[in-house]
Design a protein around this ligand. Structure first.
Ligand SMILES: [Zn+2]
Length: 407
């Protein structure tokens, strides 16, 4: 299977080419906008155009001539416009309100023809006197260095982003790697259980990682609600515009917050060599989170959605189990005593064996355990499932092996 990642690399741009690169970026954005405008106008039947093949012949020559943009960058611009239009149409189909895409970000999309990777630097299609040569800036042995310098990773296209605040260019390179999937009798699969919450920590893993401060997220949301309510009372046009602007700011912030939490969550199975992440099945916990606000429920779902997406890129599968009794059961390997009285808020104290654990951590271990038990009883096609714990693994028979990684 193919593993996909993005390497973010800081670039050093020669001073005399900075203007060329900036102009390329500005022109690229204009070109994307022109393609999107045309696509939004629609085809002969009035449908918004969402594919590159349909969009490109309509205005490509005109846009190239007007902007003088490099042909390969023009292709990237059509792609970006088509992607944005597809998202709009998807929203429309789901009954959401949407409007024509407007492009404001400092980003240039480089297809494989518009960028060439060399040892220590890349060359980028640009305005002016030929391609811009930009050196990579990263420490030796850093993850970026490994991605960019090793033959194991195939470098594809990239996005060039300009950060205005630090006046710095960053290259986001898509890299892929073919990995063999082991199969058959000998397959060993290690399972990471995840307990999700609408307060406290967004996610707690069976390896003992506490991820994402949900209380902070909820606090920020309340602040935003209060601020919006105050502005709504004013009722003026300027207040309306401010509401829109703080709304956008907050939604960007919360998206980013969940992005970082899901990234952290996926780094856990990656570092612990897990093959499978197990969540509780949402349908079955609907009641448990039904008292939470719409926003909290959204964050709850969004964390999983982003995790699934990122896990897939790492070749990690995501499964769910029925969560019944996962918070009442003692996850201690030799115990398993299940009773309501074991749990008191964040504290889990087994009334039989006396084991004390954080409730969410205990639940995460049980979620993974339950998945492994289900697989054992249903026959898992020869694969042996292990449960990933803080410092080792436990298999379906309860046999413990200490971690070889020393974790
Ligand atoms: Zn116990």
């Amino acid at each position: 299977m193919e593993i996909q990642r993005t390497a973010v690399v800081k670039l050093s741009i020669p001073d005399h080419r900075r203007d060329d690169l900036k102009r390329t970026m500005d022109t690229f954005r204009d070109a994307v906008q022109r393609f999107a405008d045309r696509g939004w106008e629609g085809d002969d039947n009035g449908y918004v155009i969402t594919t590159r093949t349909q969009l490109q012949p309509l205005v490509y020559d005109e846009v190239r001539e007007d902007t003088g943009l490099h042909a390969d960058l023009c292709v990237g611009a059509v792609n970006q416009a088509a992607d944005a239009l597809s998202i709009c149409v998807k929203k429309m189909k789901e009954g959401e309100r949407t409007s024509k895409p407007v492009f404001t970000s400092n980003t240039t999309v480089y297809t494989t023809n518009a960028i060439t990777y060399f040892d220590g630097y890349c060359s980028l299609a640009a305005y002016g006197n030929g391609r811009v040569h930009a050196e990579y800036v990263y420490p030796d042995e850093s993850p970026q260095a490994k991605c960019m310098e090793s033959d194991e990773w195939n470098k594809q296209g990239a996005r060039l982003r300009y950060d205005q605040q630090s006046d710095t260019y960053y290259l986001h390179v898509s890299v892929t790697q073919e990995r063999e999937v082991s199969s058959g009798e000998a397959e060993n699969r290690t399972v990471l259980g995840v307990d999700r919450n609408v307060d406290g920590n967004l996610a707690v893993t069976s390896t003992g990682a506490f991820i994402g401060n949900a209380d902070l997220l909820n606090h920020k949301r309340r602040e935003y609600n209060r601020c919006r309510a105050r502005l709504q009372q004013q009722g003026e046009r300027s207040a309306h515009l401010t509401i829109q602007s703080i709304g956008k700011k907050f939604s960007n912030w919360s998206e980013d917050f969940l992005h970082r939490a899901s990234k952290r969550l996926v780094s856990e199975p990656v570092s612990q060599d897990c093959t499978t992440i197990v969540f509780e099945d949402l349908e079955q916990i609907r009641e448990r989170i039904s008292n939470a606000s719409k926003f909290q429920q959204w964050a709850f779902r969004e964390l999983k959605r982003q995790t699934v997406y990122k896990a897939r890129a790492e070749g990690i599968t995501v499964e769910t189990v029925n969560p019944a009794y996962t918070s009442q059961r003692c996850s201690h390997t030799e115990c398993g005593f299940t009773d309501d009285s074991n749990r008191d808020g964040d504290a889990f104290v087994c009334q039989k064996c006396g084991k004390e654990l954080h409730s969410d951590y205990n639940a995460a271990r049980n979620i993974a355990h339950k998945f492994i038990q289900n697989r054992r009883t249903s026959g898992s096609g020869g694969a042996t499932y292990h449960l990933a714990l803080k410092s080792g693994t436990v298999n379906g028979n309860g046999e413990y092996s200490p971690s070889t990684a020393g974790g």
